[in-house]
Design a protein around this ligand. Structure first.
Ligand code: NAP
Length: 484
């Protein structure tokens, strides 16, 4: 069931790379869901653009097949599907060529939002921005949406920002990090800033440490050659984990508005401590009887790229001084799970005689699976036998708490695209945030190169290399179990 929502204003959305994997798997099925929920107006148009020699009918057929494959339950809604497909067009365009632009300009209608989604390789962003400008499509009401990766280091990110800035104002540029579109990520802000309960405890007086984990069970598979030029630090830490860290650590913004939120996130990134080599563990998964090793997948038997990373960092400000933030992410781990754990300090003194266990309050924010939040609290074990204490979770799984409503939770991409149309940049990264993140990341990666660091091998299906466990053991702490 998809609940009815307030429609956005009319728009023309051009998807450059409209024939690609992301468009077929996420963007178009997501837009179809918004169409079913009547958020996408009947006058809106979606125009696919890529080099493939298709006409609009050919493109509609391609998207019909994509929705059949990736559309979930909604694909059964045949009547809606026909009406949705009727709102699609296609124009063959090579980002580096001059053909097709006039036709595209002819399809765009005046007096409505014009959004251009760059779902192509970043090397084409400059060509697209330039040609949009040249053909009169870069005007005050146009917006561009750009996909990750946004640069591979500070220099390339700055170059990309400069290129886009030649034709678009920062207020027109939407840098997508789909983690920010997740329901729980926004709930993190609601929990922090909408309740009196947590904010007074959200500091180094009460928080012992914070863990952020993004674990995957898949390997790099067919993307091996691409991934090998990136690695977990560039692919995950610099963007997704960094954004989660910002939302956990930022000061309350004065208003829930794009620049107020992004200013606070930027301050966090700027206050991040450099990470010394002994606070980082890198790994590569090994082979099993059924699966290839990282180096086999990467097609480079000597690859030094990491498929796993764990690190410890700190934030130098009054709120967080002395509180470690432990980040880890990797492929081929024991379960697929993304979560943030805020681990509170031990009680200074226990009044319960004989209770020697270490009880800790932990606020666990689960991004996947089972999006939700739980708070571990200590209570009395039921029954006779005195004051025996036990730790139990107060579980707020959204699907349980909200029932049918939770089925209407939009996927990250749908939500973010609707935000683009509404002109709301709160959940998008600003150029200076991206650059600040690279400024912190670059010296870490450069250090590996200079020292010739080689990642440790870890067992597929494990929690990563042993050294990652040691990173916390040294601090007399331990990682929470990775549970799917
Ligand atoms: P893809 O499957 O390789 O698709 C690339 C698209 O770009 C195709 O539609 C291709 O169509 C088009 N294209 C290539 N060269 C072009 C040119 N010169 N002019 C116009 N169009 C051109 O890639 P993808 O996986 O969809 O990824 C697209 C972007 O999203 C990339 O930047 C990627 O890093 C990012 N991204 C993807 C995912 C994902 O899940 N797939 C996730 C996060 C970020 P033609 O060959 O017909 O031109």
């Amino acid at each position: 069931m998809v609940s009815r929502v307030i429609p956005v204003e009319d728009f023309d959305l051009v998807i450059f790379g409209g024939t690609g994997d992301l468009a077929r798997r996420k963007i178009l099925p997501g837009l179809f869901r918004r169409f079913i929920s009547e958020q996408m107006p009947g006058e809106a148009r979606i125009i696919g653009a890529a080099r493939s020699d298709l006409d609009s009918d050919g493109y509609r057929k391609m998207i019909r097949d994509a929705i059949a494959e990736f559309g979930g339950d909604e694909k059964e809604n045949k009547d809606c599907l026909e009406r949705f497909l009727a709102q699609l067009d296609y124009v063959p365009i090579d980002a580096k060529g001059e053909g097709g632009w006039k036709e595209l300009a002819g399809l765009m209608r005046e007096g409505r939002v014009h959004a251009f989604y760059f779902s192509v390789a970043p090397s084409l962003f400059g060509d697209l921005a330039e040609r949009l400008h040249k053909h009169g499509l870069a005007h005050a009401d146009s917006r561009i949406v750009v996909e990750k990766p946004f640069g591979r280091d500070l220099a390339s990110a700055q170059e990309l920002n400069d290129t886009l800035a030649q034709h678009f104002d920062e207020s027109q540029i939407y840098r997508i990090d789909h983690y920010l579109g997740k329901e729980t990520v926004q709930n993190l802000m609601a929990v922090r800033f909408g309740n009196v309960l947590f904010e007074p405890l959200w500091n180094n007086h009460y928080v012992d440490h914070i863990q952020i984990t993004v674990a995957e069970t898949v390997g790099v598979g067919g993307r091996g050659a691409y991934y090998d030029r990136s690695g977990a630090m560039r692919d995950m830490v610099q963007n997704h984990l960094m954004q989660l860290l910002c939302l956990i650590a930022m000061e309350p913004p004065s208003r829930f508005e794009a620049d107020a939120v992004r200013d606070e996130k930027l301050k966090v990134i700027r206050a991040l401590e450099p990470v010394p080599p002994h606070h980082i563990v890198r790994g590569q998964y090994d082979a099993t009887a059924d699966t290839a090793s990282y180096r086999d997948d990467a097609e480079d038997p000597k690859s030094h790229t990491e498929s796993f990373i764990a690190l410890r960092t700190e934030i130098s400000n009054w709120r967080w001084a002395g509180v470690p933030f432990y980040l880890r992410t990797g492929k081929r781990l024991k379960a697929r799970a993304s979560e943030i754990a805020v681990v509170f300090k031990d009680l200074g003194h226990s009044i319960f005689e004989g209770d020697t266990a270490r009880h800790r309050n932990i606020l666990l924010i689960r991004l996947q699976p089972n999006e939700g939040i739980d708070l571990q609290v200590t209570i009395k074990e039921p029954g006779p036998g005195g004051m025996r204490l036990v730790d139990v979770p107060l579980d707020l799984t959204f699907a349980d708490a909200l029932g049918e409503e939770s089925e209407a939770i939009p996927d990250a991409y749908e939500r973010l695209i609707m935000d683009v149309i509404r002109g709301n940049q709160t959940l998008f990264m600003r150029g200076d945030e991206v650059e600040a993140a690279w400024r912190w990341t670059d010296p870490i990666i450069d250090g590996w190169k200079q020292r010739g660091d080689v990642p440790k091998t870890y067992t597929t299906g494990s929690a990563g290399p042993e050294d990652a466990l040691m990173l916390l053991h040294r601090d007399e702490r331990r990682w929470l179990d990775i549970r799917g």
